[in-house]
Design a protein around this ligand. Sequence first.
Ligand code: KIV
Length: 282
Amino acid sequence: MPAATVTTTTLLARKQRGEPIACLTCYDAAFAQLLERAGVEVLLVGDSLGMVVQGHSTTVPVTLDQMVYHSRCVTRVAEQSLVIADLPFMSYATPERALEAAARLMGEGGAAMVKLEGGGALAETVARLTALGAPVCAHLGLLPQSIHQLGGYRVQGRDAEMAARIEADALALQAAGASLLVLECVPSALATALAQRLRIPVIGIGAGQGCDGQVLVLHDILGLTPGKAPRFSKNFLAELSAGAQADDQASDRAGISIEAAVRAYVAAVKAGAFPASEQILA
Ligand code: KIV
């Protein structure tokens, strides 16, 4: 029997039961099938594809047409997972533009939820989207689309003022109707406090263990990202190979595959073993 489809209700129930949610980015059909087989519950068609697929140095050049295309590649084959698509840079600069962009990501791209980066200033946009049936995932902390304004990929919310702003933004976005919150690169203590305070599930990336789930960039967990991987990430494929080499068992070596690495990520998230202390940012 096929596994049940993951919805916002499923994710809310997971939070209430304290069962961590395993999420990964995904940009094409081959990986969508593999990630579902490996037990990933939420597939994020992230605009990180601009960096890991297209080779740009930021997510800023990614267009709405490209996001629709990649979303369609994923949703054409995804059967059980919840597929979230990123609204790209400036495509939600006004509530009207956000409605049009979400209509394309959901209508043509087949996504079940759209994600946008930013704080309380987007509350009206979130309210308009959700009132019209477009579920929203908010994204706070490090906002990659604002990298030219931030001046670098750094931990956000270390000082009390910024931490209070992130908390106020999260509450405003939840009140406006957001169904999910991604928190990127914030101190673990702040993320834990927010996950406890908010009713909606909080998915962390570089935000410690106290979130309701974890998301990573697929290419990072497979060691495919050129250059230095972020400290909060982990190459699960390399870890499998290292384990098999240490054991020198042919049977262990046979178990090394991309799918096994993704399964190891899902198992680690579900067991609360990822992130471990070396990936946690203070
Ligand atoms: O685009 C993306 O991959 C993301 C994750 C970093 C959460 O937004």
